[in-house]
Each structure stands twice: as C-alpha cells, then as structure tokens.
Unconditional design. Structure first.
Length: 306
C-alpha cells in the first residue's frame, strides 16, 4: 500500500462506528454503571434462492431474525467507558420449493459476546467516538450465530452538529462483519473487512428524526461465511457470489463478503432513555432487502453513579 493510501486510511481512522446509534450513545457526565437493553426485528422479504448446479432456482425463502441485546458496563469519566455486550438471536425461516412445498425451521442462541473500550470526545461543533471490541467465539457457527473464533473490531465516528442536522462519516476495521440497528445479514462471517459509511440525520421534531447513509464493505483476503437460514444439511447447493451465502458454510475470496448499499430510518426519541426506530436497508451487492424495527432502553439512570 502506497504512502497516499496509508495517509487516507489514517485520516479515515479518525471517523468511525455506524452512527445510527450515536444519539443513544451520548456519554453521561458522571461516573457510574451503564446498562442498555435493545430489541430488534430484522425481516427478509421472500426472495428467490440462487441457482443450483442445473442453473435453476430451487425455490424461494423468507425469514426474520430477532436480536436481543444487553450491554452492561462502567463509565470512568466523560472520556472513557468499558462495556460487555451479550447478544441473543432468534432466527425464523421458511423455504418453498418449486412444487409449492414449504419447510420451516429456526436457529436460536447466543451470538459472540463482545468486550469493548470506548473513547468519547464531545464539542459544540463536533463529536467523536472510537471503540475497540474483542468478540469471544460463543456463537454457534453451525447455526450461523458466530464467527467460530475470537475476532476484533476497531470502529470510530465523527459527527458535525449543524443545528437540527447531524452529518457523519464512519469507518470500521474488523475481521468479522458487524451488525447495526438497521442491518443484520443472514450469516456470520470471518475475514478482514474495511467498512466506510456516511450520511446524516435530521431532527424534524423533538420526537421525530429521519436519517440515511450509504455504505461500502471492502474485504481483504480469504472470507468465510456461516449461514443461519437453514436447519440440518443444506437443502440446496451452497450459493456462490454475488448471491447471499445464507445456507451453509462458504469459504472464498474477497467477493464473498464485498458489499455496498444504503439504509434509511425514522427514529422516535420518546424519552432520553427510550427510543423506537424503523429502518430499511438495501444491499446492492448481496441483492438483499431488510426491513427492521426495534426499541432501545437505557437503564443507566437507575444504577449507582459512583
């Protein structure tokens, strides 16, 4: 990598973490315990499965995944906090073959538990967050709930505070694709990836905010995916790029997880410690549409501050 690319990368490193949740991650001024709870529902509308060895599609599939998150940690001051994130996934899916026979299944279990350290810098004009996370391999790869080995991510975000509009730009460097409040892919992955995103959120009313972003995922080296939309042996041959590797374990090159697309959302901050979000994400490379909604509760004010 040339000096110019290294300089660009170092500049982008100052700007990270999917900013959809930035508003709910505002640091508190007092030292104390942190506890946030989130529930998200990701729906994958019916879509045609990739062609098999004969060149014909074996049918269609529709699915949804529920994600339940508990994040527990401690804030030492306005700048530094540590958290433990415990995700639980409940996946439901139904596949219909060309004869009209429908088979349904589910994959439930804990995902990879994460341990994070975060630095927060706030100003009147801009805010900056940088988070380092280590994920333990607690999620089942056979169910598509984890990467199968210890993984890590370094994410950061920079926001500009322009009255009622907040533009942001972010970058993630990780060896596993991360989930956001808007987007959960129907598989877990392992392999080095760089993800860049940028967008804005606008406050139309104190109880209504609308936002959107564009993103790009740039993998490097060998990539492995673990599909969660199957039960038992894969009912069809494992799909190949650019189709979604949603059924079974797939190992391939950089195109396996390469992705680009956009998300848009409506957020309702009913209270400083409670908000609801509805979102839509279009993954162009994976030919995937995801509709999601979720609510997020901050229980930190109920915990000791010192």
């Amino acid at each position: 990598m040339g000096r110019g690319r290294w300089a660009l990368l170092l500049l982008l490193l100052l700007l990270l973490y999917p900013a959809e949740l930035a508003a709910q991650e505002e640091p508190e001024s007092k030292r104390g315990w942190l506890w946030t709870f989130g529930f998200s529902n990701y729906t994958y509308p019916r879509r045609t499965l990739p062609p098999d060895a004969t060149g014909q599609s074996p049918g269609t599939i529709r699915a949804r995944t529920y994600a339940i998150d508990n994040s527990i940690g401690y804030r030492f001051n306005r700048l530094f906090a540590v958290t433990t994130d415990i995700p639980l996934y409940l996946a439901r899916f139904c596949q219909t073959d060309n004869a009209g026979i429908t088979t349904c299944g589910s994959n439930n279990g804990f995902g990879d538990i994460g341990f994070s350290a975060r630095i927060s810098l706030e100003g009147k004009v801009a805010t900056f967050y940088s988070t380092g996370t280590v994920f333990l391999p607690t999620g089942s790869t056979s169910r598509g709930l984890g990467a199968g080995s210890t993984t890590a991510a370094w994410t950061s975000t920079a926001n500009l505070n322009l009255w009622t509009t907040t533009p942001f730009v972010s970058l993630t460097i990780a060896n596993s694709l991360l989930r956001t409040a808007s987007f959960l892919r129907p598989f877990a992955s392992k392999g080095l990836v760089y993800e860049v995103s940028g967008g804005l959120e606008h406050e139309f009313h104190r109880l209504l905010r609308v936002g959107g972003l564009f993103y790009g995922v740039f993998p490097s080296g060998t990539q492995t995916t673990f599909g969660r939309l199957r039960r038992g042996p894969p009912p069809v041959p494992i799909p190949t790029p650019p189709n979604v590797p949603q059924q079974g374990r797939t190992t391939g090159g950089e195109d396996l997880t390469r992705d680009n697309g956009a998300s848009t959302w409506i957020r309702f901050p009913f209270h400083d410690n409670f908000q609801l979000q509805i979102a839509y994400t279009r993954s162009v490379r994976l030919d995937l549409n995801v509709v999601s909604w979720g609510f997020f509760i901050n229980f930190s004010p109920l915990l000791p501050k010192r």
